[in-house]
Design a binder for this molecule. Structure first.
Ligand code: DGP
Ligand code: NA
Ligand code: NA
Length: 209
């Protein structure tokens, strides 16, 4: 695993939250902001639907295929694993990665279906640990009101309620929770502050060590 003190290592920032919590647009705004400040930064997302594993996931999410709950869980995990070495390469080169969903989605969505917590966590072990997780906190009802559900498999209010409950069990010391019911510009401002502070703290830690 990558050490947090690796000299020129980029920072791994993960965004999590329910569907329609605003992750994708906040990630975009944040990356533009950091680029503007001269940071080396890239936006990533999981699932990455461009790979062959990702295409199987996409077919499942759009209800074009049926898969056993355990099988799709492992495919989501495999999709993160197939990107691991590229993530490591980028981070070692000093690039900060802003990632739209990661292992917490894997565990929250599958445990919401009733799968065992430890079983769900196991295949995530050994992936690069995030330095910071920004959780965009929105009630399932507010998220549904925003509209824009694309009719994908998990985009239903009742299921999103379960996902929200399971996300709450995953919160750890790497998490910063942002109230995503606020106007988008306020969310953006808070996200920028939190992430920039964290990147600067990580860099200071590296210089001092
Ligand atoms: P997105 O492209 O961010 O809208 O994600 C697609 C859907 O897949 C969304 O409902 C969240 C869900 N999802 C993302 N990652 C995982 C995962 O690792 N496991 C499971 N079961 N669902 C996931
Ligand atoms: Na979605
Ligand atoms: Na999204």
């Amino acid at each position: 695993p990558l050490s947090a003190n690796n000299e020129s290592r980029g920072t791994l920032v993960v965004f999590e939250g329910l569907d329609r919590s605003g992750k994708t647009s906040q990630c975009g705004r944040l990356v533009s902001y950091l680029e503007g400040l001269g940071h080396s930064v890239e936006i990533w997302r999981f699932p990455d639907r461009t790979t062959s594993v990702g295409q199987m996931i996409s077919a499942y999410l759009t209800n074009k295929s049926q898969l056993d709950d355990h099988t799709i869980h492992l495919l989501f995990s495999a999709n993160r694993w197939e990107k691991r070495s590229m993530m490591e390469t980028k981070m070692k080169a000093g690039t900060t990665l802003i990632v739209d969903r990661y292992s917490y989605s894997g565990v929250a969505f599958s445990t919401a279906k009733g799968l065992d917590f430890e079983w769900c966590k196991a295949p995530e072990t050994g992936l690069i640990a995030p330095d910071l997780v920004v959780y965009l906190d929105i009630t399932p009802e507010k998220a549904a009101e925003r509209g824009g559900y694309r009719g994908e498999r998990y985009e239903q209010l009742e299921f999103q309620r379960k996902v929200a409950q399971h996300y709450k069990l995953l919160k750890d010391s790497s998490w910063k929770i942002v109230d995503a019911c606020q106007p988008l510009d306020d969310v953006e401002k808070q996200v920028k502050e939190i992430v920039l502070q964290h990147i600067i703290a990580c860099q200071k830690g590296k210089i001092l060590s």
